[in-house]
Design a protein around this ligand. Sequence first.
Ligand code: V47
Ligand code: SF4
Length: 391
Amino acid sequence: MADILPGNIPASADTDPALITIAAKVQRKERITDEDALLLFEKGSLAFVGSLANMVRERLHGDTTYFNRNFHIEPTNVCVYSCHFCSYSRVYAHRDEGWELSLDQMMDIVKSYDGKPVTEVHIVGGVHPKMNLEFFAELMRTIKAHRPELHIKGFTAVELDYMFRKAKKTVEEGMRYLHEAGLDSLPGGGAEIFHPEIREQICADKVDGTGWLQIHETAHKLGMYTNATMLYGHIENYHHRVDHMSRLRELQDKTGGFNTFIPLKFRNKENDMSHVAESSVVEDMKMYAIARIYLDNFPHLKAYWPMLGRQNAQLTLSFGVNDIDGTIDDTTRIYSMAGAEEQTPSMNTAQLVTLIKQARRKPVERGTLYNVIRDYSGMDIKEIETNPLLN
Ligand code: V47
Ligand code: SF4
């Protein structure tokens, strides 16, 4: 028979006492150690880690679950790098399989949202040798001249590292330049797994873990917020995951500049790692739960629904997640090309609100920096569907 510890932690007579000790720490709002996190991965049941994560989530956010209205621009899928997990990039030699958008073509995408209530553009793509710092600074300036209030979240540390080095700028000089041109914040991509044992096997040629962290630290120093990701569920083991999260937690203690952690489930279609099996749903939910418990200084945990699928994203709302990203509007190909269920990722406001309400949570639209735009909890779905200002 299961006993219930204070705080609703399910434990039975055969629960490892070390797990009970960890649960007690979390209840007392104490930080867990790397060893604790490893033990949760190795021995914690989904119910056990899930209820702990849910306690942390509700302590931080109650039922509030954020989404935003956003679209992506993917300037190119041509890339000088050759990450083995990537289904998206086409190497520079095979240009016929790739796309590269001109500044005007990207502005046409921005203009197609004129009059629509989007608040964020997320710009991310391959590392094209000819799309340089000046080209992207001009893009920032042109977007801001057209729509000043649109938040630009753009460029992974991998793209930034390449464009700064090519422009012969230090990270600080390059970052300042793009920030002044209009770049508001950085997405969390390119982090993959920091540990060199794994990084050297899956993405040896791009910026290393230390370089990724330095770029985010510099952005934080300039007052910009950023996100962090981790590509999990391939050839790494639990200790590599903990090491990755530990480096993020350490930097966050120093700067406080991370908003959100986004675990990204490895998808295995059409890439050099197709022989590696994908993780199970149980593993996925445990990953979210343990991230929520371990990263006590990260305000938010996001499930990116185009990669996970909307049903699994809905499930994460019971395992620590308080944000499911945005409307997307079918403007990204990264995950559909890697075999994700969402082949044309797009959800309107009513669908996102329904998904969150079905999980018995409170849907709140946010800006990129988690400023509250609208609480939808008291609104009728029909009212949302028929209001042009909300779609
Ligand atoms: O760094 C590439 C990942 C990332 C695969 O900050 C793959 O709000 C799984 O970082 N299977 C880019 N993942 C996307 C990204 C992101 C997405 C949404 C929101 C935010 C944010 C950031 O996509 C890459 C890489 O880790 N990725 N290939 C694959 N086969
Ligand atoms: Fe290029 Fe990014 Fe793909 Fe790596 S993950 S090959 S850096 S597009």
